[in-house]
Every structure is written in C-alpha cells, then in structure tokens.
Ligand binder design. Structure first.
Ligand SMILES: [Zn+2]
Length: 301
C-alpha cells in the first residue's frame, strides 16, 4: 500500500495534470448513497439458534437504520450477490452461550433459595402460633390435673368418696386422659413441624453454599471484561461472530453495514458507529447526529 502511494505522489509532483485528472475522477465517482449494495447470505451457522428467515428480518431492520433517514435503498438482499453476510460460530458465541447458561443456573438457584426460605418462614410462623396455642392448652390441662389430684387426695384422706362423687371423679379422670392424649398428638405434630422447619433450613444452606460456589466459578470464568469483535467488514463481506440476544443483532449488523458505507468509528458512545456496544439504544437502534453527519458527508449531501 505504502509503495503505491509513493508512486502516486511521484507522479503528482512530476506532472500536475495527472494529479488534476486523478482528482477529477475521484470527485465524479458515485457515492455510497448512489448505489445499492447487493448482498447474499454466505455462511450461516445454525448454532446461533436462528433461522435464515429470522436472520433476514434482523438484516432488514439493520438496513432501515441507514436507509430510512436518507430515504434511499442502500442495501438489498439478492440471491447470488458476490458480497456476502455471514454468521460464523466460534469461541466467542460458544462462550456467550455458556455464560448465559451458567447465569440462568445461578438465577435458578437464587429462585429456589427464595422459595425454600419463604416456605420455611411460613412453616416457622405456623409453628410459633401452634406452640403458643399448645402452651395455653397444656397450662389449662395442668390446672385441671392439679385440681383433680387435690380433690382425690382430699377424699382419700376422708377414707373414700361417696358413690356420686366417685362417679363424677372417674368421669373427670377419663376426660383428663382424653386431654392428655390430645396434647400428646399436638406435641407429635409440633415435633414434625420442627423437623420440617429444620429440613428446609438445611436445604436452604445447601443451596446457598452451592450458589456461592457457582458464583465464585462464574466470576473467575466470566467475570473479567472481554473485548472482541462481534462482527467485521472486510470489503467483500460482513461476518457476524457474537451477539448476546438476537435483538442485539440489529446493532451489530447496522454497525457493519455502516462500515460497508465506508464509515469509520465515531466517538459518541450512543452512535451506531461507536466501536463498542455501549450506550446505544438496543431496543430501538437509530443513528445519532454524528452517524448521520458522517453518512451525509460520505454521500456529499
Ligand atoms: Zn467497527
């Protein structure tokens, strides 16, 4: 490249008219806005999880990002066109998919921890009110038992109770036995409840431990920021290598189409032509003033 340039410069200085002619030729050439770049789909790797039809929809949206503001048909999908748009699967997308899977798992565990903790909390408050209810019943039972015992002691001291009182006391004794059996049942239920509360507590701890271990692994594997090309343009084709979500494809494609319009990177972080996916509106990809000004300059509009 450098060599050709120096030849050109030598010519320029040797003969001014050649320089003029070259200059003229350059000026009258059609601008990128006066042609329609026809492209076809080249490599299409299905591991991205997209169908060709879906990909074409994103491509059309990316075309419109540039075409709509100028009201020009700058790009056109045309079967057999030499210029190709490719979807190339490599380590970049593989890692993206793994990261997503891992993050999904982490979120899943977090969800389960919340469920278990909520369930435990509900059981625990049920247990607490059951315990205080049990306390009241038990206190009542003990009072009745004490009264019964002292009544029986009293009559025994007198050498025994008359028939009517005896029957009444026997009846009281039967009811007290029933109450005692009822309290026993309640106590067994409470113990079961305690076991369940503890089991949930244990389950929560195990999940939390797993979550923490996974979070450490996640940070060590995916935590440090990586920078890579999501796509590139080489003059003959556009290749797409990575996107987090299909909707992000519009920006990646629009950016590479921008390069195909001979545009360079811009410094506004919201610009389609900013070198990174940064402050652009991914939901509604659109040109900034800077993008539009760069395009207008290329098109001499
Ligand atoms: Zn770029």
């Amino acid at each position: 490249m450098g060599k050709i340039l120096s030849t050109l410069f030598a010519l320029i200085f040797a003969a001014g008219s050649v320089y003029f002619l070259l200059f003229q030729l350059k000026v009258v050439g059609p601008t990128v806005c006066e042609k329609t770049l026809q492209y076809s789909l080249g490599n299409f790797d299905t591991r991205f999880g997209l169908t060709r039809e879906e990909f074409i929809v994103y491509l059309e949206q990316a075309e419109k990002v540039w075409e709509t503001p100028l009201n020009k048909n700058l790009f056109e999908l045309e079967g057999g066109a030499k210029f190709t748009v490719n979807l190339i699967f490599d380590e970049r997308q593989r890692q993206t998919i793994e990261e997503k899977k891992f993050r999904y798992e982490l979120e899943n565990i977090e969800g389960r921890i919340q469920e278990v903790s909520l369930e435990r909390q509900t059981l625990l408050s049920g247990y607490q009110s059951a315990v205080s209810e049990y306390g009241i019943l038990e206190k009542d039972f003990r009072t009745k038992l004490t009264t019964y015992n002292s009544e029986v002691d009293g009559w025994n001291e007198k050498g025994g109770a008359p028939k009517g009182v005896y029957e009444e006391l026997t009846d009281k004794q039967r009811r007290l036995s029933e109450d005692a059996a009822f309290l026993d049942e309640k106590r067994i239920e409470l113990n079961k409840l305690v076991l369940e509360v503890n089991r949930l507590g244990m389950q929560g701890s195990i999940l939390a431990k797993r979550h923490n271990e996974n979070a450490v692994t996640y940070t060590s594997v995916f935590g440090s920021p990586r920078q890579f090309n999501q796509g590139d343009y080489d003059g003959k084709s556009i290749s797409i290598y990575q996107f987090d979500a299909p909707e992000h494809l519009v920006l990646v494609l629009a950016h590479e189409l921008g390069h195909a319009l001979e545009l360079r990177h811009l410094s506004n972080t919201e610009s389609v032509m900013y070198y990174l996916m940064d402050a652009q509106d991914l939901e509604n990809v659109r040109l900034t003033e800077e993008d539009l000004a760069a395009l207008r300059q290329k098109c001499r509009l």
